[in-house]
Structures are given as C-alpha cells and as structure tokens.
Design a protein around this ligand. Structure first.
Ligand code: 5AD
Ligand code: SF4
Length: 436
C-alpha cells in the first residue's frame, strides 16, 4: 500500500520547487501526496527564513502537530528548508518529537534518511554538498508550467539577508543539463518554464563565458514547442544592456522583469550593500522600457531598514511614483540570523515600520489600479492555468506580462494560449473576455 505524505510549504518559488522535488523523490519510494494531515504517514515542513518570526512560526506549527504525533508515534515528522539549515540540532532540543531535520541540499537523500529512521531515533542531514542532476523525479501540480533551477545560493551578502547563510554560495547548473531538462518538459506538454535562482543574472556556464545568462536564454528560446520563458530573481546590478537586448530579441522570453529595488535612497541602498544607486536602477528601468514597450516591471521593497530616515523613506515613495510598478511586494525590515544589519545602529521602532509599510501599500494599490485600468479594452495572450474556485465556469490565467486574468471559460481551455480582452481592472487582478 502507498504511504502518504503531507508537505506544508512556506516562502518563495525556490521552496515550492524544492517541495515538488521532494514529492517526486518520495514517489519513487512509494509515497503519494495527501491534503489531509490526519491521513499522512509523513509530514514535512518546508520552512523559509527570509523574514521575521520564521523560527517562531516553525515552533508554533510544530506545537500544533505535537498531539498528532503523540496519538500516532509511527507518524514521521520532518523539518526541512532554510530554517532547518539554520536551527540544526536545536530543533530536536526545542521539539524532541521531531524525527527528521534536513537542510537545503538534502532532498536526494530523503529516501535514505527515512530508511535510517527504522533503526535510529532521529535523522539529521545538513551537508553543504551540492546535489547533482536535479532534473529527475519532479512532481508538477500543473501540466503545462514548470520551474527549472539554474543557480542555487547567493554571493551578494545584502546586509539584511539570510540567504547566503542558509543556501550557501552561488552554484550554477551546467547549461546542457538545463536545456535537456527543458526539452523533456516540453515533450511532456509544458508550454511555460520559469528559471529559478536567488540570482539568475549571475548564472555562469564555462562554455558560455561572461554572457552566460543571455546565452542560456537563447538556447532555451530555440526549443521547439516551448512558448514562454520566465525567470526570477535577478539583481539590478547584473542587469546588463546585453541581457536587455537579448530579452527583446527573443520571442519566447516574456515581457516581465522582477527587479527588486528594496529602497529608494542611495544612503539606504549603500547600507544594504546593494551595489547600485537609485540612478543606475532608474536607467535600467528606462532601458527595459525602451527595448520592450509594455514590459511589466515589479519589485520588492523593504521599509524600516536601520538608519532609514524620513527623507530616505520619502525616496522609496517617490521611486514608486517614478517607476510606476505593475505590482510590488513590500515588507517591514526584520533582523535575520547572521545578517549584518541586525547590529547596525538606528533600528526603527515597529510602529514607524508599520506606518511606512501602510503608506507604501496604499500608494501602490492606487498605482496598480491606475495601471491595470490602462489595460482595459486591450487583448492579450493568456495561458489559463486553473478553474477559478470562487466563481464557477471561470478560468484564471496569466498574460505574458504576468498579470492575473479571470474570464469565462471551461476546462478544455486549460493549457492553451488564448486571446483575452480585458474588460475590468481591479488592483490585484483583471477580468477579461475570451475572444473567439
Ligand atoms: N527583512 C525584510 N524583508 C526581507 N527580504 C529579505 N530579507 C529581508 C529582511 N531581513 C525581502 C527582500 C527580498 C524578498 C525576497 O524578501 O525584499 O527581495
Ligand atoms: Fe539575499 Fe541579496 Fe542574495 Fe537576494 S541578492 S538572496 S537579497 S543576499
């Protein structure tokens, strides 16, 4: 009989993709996914430590699972992902009923670790060794969209960020392996791939040299049957003119760039160790728009970074007005383990952070609505991804610019690129009508 696994995933697309890989690996040793906790023989928490209270969230979630484990001692409870990498054995101390703790590089070892629990009380795996051949055994929820990891880790050490400590240094996958994986996916019916990495723009392949990322995009663009190529995330300092020109030239690369600015003032950018100025960033935005009119630009913002003065914060607001992003993610700064900014002077009180965050969100909501309204009446290619649960007989999909559109349609349209005319704008989504 098949065993059942339930995975709770926190955080970014890298983590979602790690979950897909865990499900794939587990499938080979007889596990299938279950939505219900009570049914599971194995529960895994795939943790994220990027923002505040990550450790707290983990222990409170573990506390909630404790009664289940007490009722059924043969249930295996595991913690993986970034918080596991960071907290290590500490997890067993604070939650002694946990069976398995594994770091961000341990996914291929999962079957072996589970087996070891037959004769050991608990299993811990935190090795730094990178894994080879990621392409095997990936479970995909959606048939026609897939993630491909191209680079893991980060060398940038932004002063607020935990990633270099949880995911280690940058390591790129060989381009031949990536292209082969993309080919297989396309043969399997995939139309859209998203290249993943903390820093895709610093992707390196020895055979491609300095312009490795543009070359990789060219190689992928040549795959017959593939329709859309996306990537996330790139660092503004690595956004070269060559990458912009290549994107503009390649028909399959979607017109969307997620370009995290984090803050609008040079003073704060410097403290953050971001290695670019506001002026450089704005120049990149102008060049992107000049090369690809209609490109969507999105960003991440942190408010309340230590040393952020009122005048600095005003510059974050003004960058929103100046760029007019298609959407943003905004966060209160929070101290993360190992990240240098935790020791910086001028830490900002929570009340100030909250007020600033609200101001950012209010301003952007208005900009979102204005920008989305400009799309009404126009027709875009949409890839319908799923049946909308809230409204029957409607589908939800995305434009090439990554705008979410809901429109009337049935299951037969799933996974087909269709023209949709935008009829209504909302701050965070669009409504449309299928053009027959
Ligand atoms: N505090 C707040 N936001 C953070 N991010 C990363 N680290 C922190 C932190 N310590 C945000 C950044 C990044 C996004 C993924 O998470 O905006 O781009
Ligand atoms: Fe973190 Fe900066 Fe690396 Fe992004 S570039 S993962 S924010 S250290």
């Amino acid at each position: 009989m098949m065993k059942k696994v339930h995975i709770i995933t926190y955080g970014c697309q890298m983590n979602e993709h790690d979950t897909e890989q865990m499900v794939g690996v587990l499938h080979t040793v007889g596990y299938k996914l279950t939505e219900t906790l009570e049914e599971a023989d194995l529960i895994l928490l795939n943790t994220c430590s990027i923002r505040e209270k990550a450790e707290h969230k983990l222990y409170s979630q573990l506390g909630k699972l404790r009664p289940l484990k007490q009722q059924r001692p043969d249930l295996i409870l595991g913690v993986c992902g970034c918080v596991a990498q960071q907290e290590k054995e500490q997890i067993f101390k604070r939650a002694p009923y946990v069976d398995l703790v594994m770091g961000t590089n341990a996914i291929p070892k999962l079957p072996m670790l589970l087996e070891s629990l037959d004769y050991l009380p608990r299993a811990l795996e935190l090795s730094e060794i990178e894994w080879e051949d990621e392409s095997r055994n990936i479970f995909r929820e959606c048939r026609f969209k897939a993630f491909i990891t191209i680079i893991r880790g980060c060398n940038n050490f932004c002063s607020y960020c935990v990633v270099p400590y949880t995911r280690g240094r940058e390591k790129s996958r060989p381009s031949a392996e990536i292209v082969a994986e993309a080919r297989h996916l396309v043969e399997d019916g995939v139309l859209e791939i998203t290249l993943l990495g903390q820093n895709v723009s610093s992707y390196r392949d020895s055979s491609y040299g300095a312009s490795s990322f543009p070359r990789l995009l060219q190689a992928l663009n040549a795959i017959e049957g593939l329709e859309r190529i996306r990537f996330i995330t790139a660092h503004p300092k690595d956004l070269t003119d060559e990458l912009i020109t290549t994107m503009a030239e390649l028909p399959k690369v979607c017109e969307h760039f997620h370009l995290p600015i984090q803050a609008g003032s040079n003073h704060v950018l410097h403290l953050m160790n971001r290695k670019y100025s506001r002026e450089w960033y704005l120049d990149r935005v102008h060049r992107l728009r000049a090369a690809m009119p209609g490109i969507a630009i999105t960003t991440d913002i942190i408010v309340g970074f230590p040393g952020e003065r009122e005048q600095d914060f005003q510059q974050t607001l003004s960058i929103l007005e100046e760029v007019r992003y298609d959407s943003i993610f905004a966060f209160n700064y929070s101290i993360r383990p190992n990240a240098k900014a935790g020791d910086f002077p001028g830490q900002i009180p929570d009340e100030v952070k909250n007020t600033r965050l609200q101001q950012v969100l209010d301003l952007q909501k208005q900009i979102n609505l204005e920008k989305n309204s400009e799309l009404v009446g126009k027709t875009y290619e949409v890839l319908p991804e799923m049946i909308n649960r809230r409204f029957p007989e409607t589908l939800t999909g995305r434009t090439r610019t990554n705008h979410v559109v809901t429109f009337k349609g049935d299951e037969s349209l799933l996974g087909r690129l269709v023209p949709v005319k935008i009829t209504e704008a909302h701050p965070f989504r669009l409504t449309g009508q299928l053009i027959a």
